[in-house]
Ligand binder design. Structure first.
Ligand code: ADP
Length: 709
């Protein structure tokens, strides 16, 4: 087998070389170039995606940074007003309120002067409620009046008298503060006397006429009056007005009407909250509307307390680090950004320098702490939404400490991902953009790629080429085998009769055979052997003529019955020793046909020979001929070993020898049936086989009657 392959390959050396040089080598080289080009293409697409991602990241960052710049510029503008240098808090408050009250991003504004406590704009921090306002002088007459009133109130519990003394003092005084305070004391005594309506009237006067006056301790009188009003309503049983009044006070506390410091704010708020909780639990009250307003205010209160907490944190963690920015002696860049992690939150601060007297000095800084929730939920969300379409891009944003802010992590390790940070890490966020195309990136670039299809085509050509070469080599091997098989089988075919003839002639020559009967038998055997040899040689010669296209058929009008009988008799005569019994059944009404008698006789001879060869034990054959429509049908049947189904087509191929022929060492050349087929077809007929393996075989020759050639 291996030897055969070697020889076959050697024979097709030239073809293989051509295949290698013209197909294999160029294909491999082109494929390598193609793969390189594909990789470059993938790299290019990746770069392109990365660029797109960078652009997206940049526009998100730009949108957010623009907001910061805008706030920074507003702070810078504001800080340049002289009021800031002069620490004129009234003007400062107005300016800040005007510019930042409605700003949800810059949630807490604060001022920081060198070596001073920070000042938080929307909340007063110190206890200087009366700062800048002189205490009024209480003259001796007024002092006497107050003493008399206190005697009446505290010693005699004569509240109405006390109220009327205070009321007198109110009327007689020309000082606004004193007037307001006297009204307050009048109302207090009226309440103690149970005159709630009158007290309410007096408190209303304070609220309407003296809204800016304060007690000696600095407590705003109108706040006090408003808180007392609730009592004036609730004592006589008007719970609805009481609740309404308290809700208004609560709201005013929340809008910081009185500039209270943290502890005062919390004290008054808790008074109002406690009282409202009590009043609203009264089932007699139609309270649904009140309740929802109360809940809403409580939410704002909660937010406000959080802001106080934030302010505490700014004071403790941010403020100590800021002076570095304006104590440098020369002007620091303004505005500037500052961020620091406090607890689990990143505190983001934008600040502007407050210019000092000289151009080089800084008086302090004006800063805004940004509201992180607003920044994330509004500014960032809008920024992301505005840059649609994102084209297969997933956005995942985290803080530098790893807390997720927006989106979710894409875990595909193959996806093209770009990471981007903000300038100066402000805000300290990381943007991660990932490609989430419908297909993998590789597939996209491959399938739309020219090189990919070139490589595929080359591979197909290569496979086809290789298959063709393999077929050629296999065929070459087959031919080699057929040739060698043929040579060996022909040699055997010759050898047997020749050996027999040699020994018989030797015996005759030696004169050992003297008996005439025996002698005749010997000569007859020799004659048969010679016939066999002639038959063999004529088979081979006919075959080679047919192969070369040189075979000429001499067709003569022939009576089939006579001709067939003669052929069968001849066969019998020549093959007596094979012991075959041949039954003949011929239809006498058959028309004469034009046939090449010798060629057709050879065909019948071959079929009978096979019937004898492929029968074991009892050798019996039957030859029938009949007319059927426009055909003459000649059948040669035997009861031999039969033919397997899968061999039925192959047996007519030249040189083909059946499995069983080889197995039972039945001699032959594989030319017999091929020759029969050629001959029958040369007479415009056809041959078929029908066989039951192990039992019988029937060959049917069909010849057309109308054929006159
Ligand atoms: P050969 O007889 O020399 O082998 P043939 O061309 O005459 O070659 O036949 C081809 C093959 O067909 C045989 O080898 C045999 O396997 C099969 N064959 C032909 N005739 C018969 C038959 N009558 N019975 C069984 N097998 C047959």
């Amino acid at each position: 087998m291996f030897q055969g392959l070697k020889i076959a390959v050697k024979r097709q050396k030239k073809l293989l070389a051509i295949f290698f040089v013209t197909i294999f080598l160029p294909s491999v080289i082109l494929s390598i170039f193609g793969i390189i080009a594909l990789r470059n293409e993938k790299f290019r697409v990746e770069k392109q995606i990365e660029n797109e991602q960078l652009q997206i990241a940049n526009s998100i960052k730009d949108r957010i940074e623009t907001k910061f710049t805008e706030i920074g510029e507003r702070l810078e503008n504001l800080a340049s007003y002289p009021a800031f240098r002069q620490k004129d808090y009234t003007v400062i408050k107005e300016l800040i309120t005007g510019l930042f009250e409605k700003d949800s991003l810059a949630s807490i504004i604060f001022l920081l002067y060198n070596n001073e406590e920070p000042v938080f704009s929307l909340f007063r921090t110190g206890s200087e409620e009366n700062a800048g306002r002189p205490e009024p002088v209480y003259d001796s007459f007024l002092q006497q009046q107050i003493k008399d009133a206190e005697d009446a109130e505290y010693i005699r519990n004569d509240y109405l008298t006390a109220a009327s003394i205070y009321n007198d003092a109110f009327r007689q005084s020309g000082n606004k503060i004193i007037k307001a305070r006297m009204l307050n004391l009048t109302a207090r005594n009226l309440m103690k006397a149970g005159k709630f309506n009158e007290a309410a009237d007096v408190y209303s006067r304070i609220i309407n006429d003296y809204p800016d006056e304060r007690t000696e301790a600095g407590l705003p009188l109108d706040l006090y009056a408003k808180i007392q009003m609730t009592e004036c309503y609730s004592m006589p049983g008007d719970k609805g007005s009481a609740v309404g009044n308290d809700l208004t006070v609560f709201e005013e506390l929340l809008v910081n009407r009185w500039n209270l410091n943290e502890s005062r704010f919390k004290t008054y708020a808790s008074i109002v909250i406690e009282r409202l909780t009590g009043l609203l639990s009264d089932s007699a009250l139609e309270s649904t509307e009140y309740l929802s307003r109360f809940e809403e205010l409580e939410k704002r209160y909660h937010y406000r307390t959080e802001q106080w907490e934030t302010i505490g944190n700014i004071r403790s963690y941010i403020v100590p680090e800021l002076p570095g920015y304006f104590q440098t002696g020369s002007r620091s860049p303004s505005p500037f950004e500052f961020s620091k992690r406090v607890g689990s939150e990143d505190y983001l601060v934008l600040a502007a320098m407050i210019p000092g007297q000289s151009q080089l000095d800084n008086a302090g800084i004006l800063a805004a702490k940004l509201d992180n929730l607003y920044l994330q939920n509004n500014i960032l969300t809008n920024a992301v939404e505005e840059i649609k379409p994102l084209r297969n891009t997933a956005i995942y944003i985290t803080t530098l400490s790893g807390d997720s802010i927006k989106g979710s992590k894409n875990n595909n390790p193959d996806a093209v991902t770009t990471t981007s940070l903000f300038d100066n890490n402000f805000p300290p966020w990381r943007l991660e953009l990932t490609y989430t195309g419908p297909k993998g990136l590789g597939e996209i670039s491959i399938f739309s790629n020219f090189y990919f299809w070139t490589i595929i085509t080359l591979i197909i050509i290569l496979v086809f080429g290789a298959a063709l070469i393999a077929r050629i080599v296999a065929r070459e091997m087959e031919i080699l085998k057929i040739k060698s098989d043929f040579v060996s089988s022909v040699s055997h075919e010759f050898k047997t009769p020749l050996t027999s003839m040699k020994s018989l002639t030797e015996r005759l020559e030696e004169g050992k055979v003297t008996e005439p009967g025996k002698m005749k038998q010997y000569i007859s055997i020799i004659a048969n052997d010679i016939d066999r040899l002639i038959h063999l040689v004529s088979n081979i010669l006919s075959f080679s003529k047919i192969e070369e296209g040189k075979k000429i058929y001499k067709k003569e009008k022939t009576d089939i019955v006579i001709w067939l009988k003669e052929v069968i008799n001849n066969y019998k005569k020549e093959n007596i020793e094979s012991g075959i019994i041949i039954n003949v059944q011929l239809d006498n009404n058959m028309p004469a046909l034009h046939i090449d008698r010798d060629a057709m006789a050879q065909a019948i001879f071959n079929l009978l020979d096979n019937a004898a060869k492929f029968s074991r034990g009892k050798k019996e054959a039957e030859v029938t001929a009949e007319r059927k429509n426009y055909s003459i049908i000649i059948k040669v049947k035997d009861k031999g070993i039969g033919i397997e189904n899968d061999e039925k087509d192959k047996i007519f191929e030249k040189f083909y020898r059946g499995e069983s022929a080889l197995k039972y060492l039945i001699k032959g050349t594989g030319l017999g049936l091929a020759l029969v087929k050629y001959t029958v077809e040369a007479h415009n007929g056809h041959i078929d086989v029908d066989s039951e393996s192990g039992w019988s075989t029937v060959f049917t020759i069909t010849l057309p009657v109308s054929d006159k050639k």
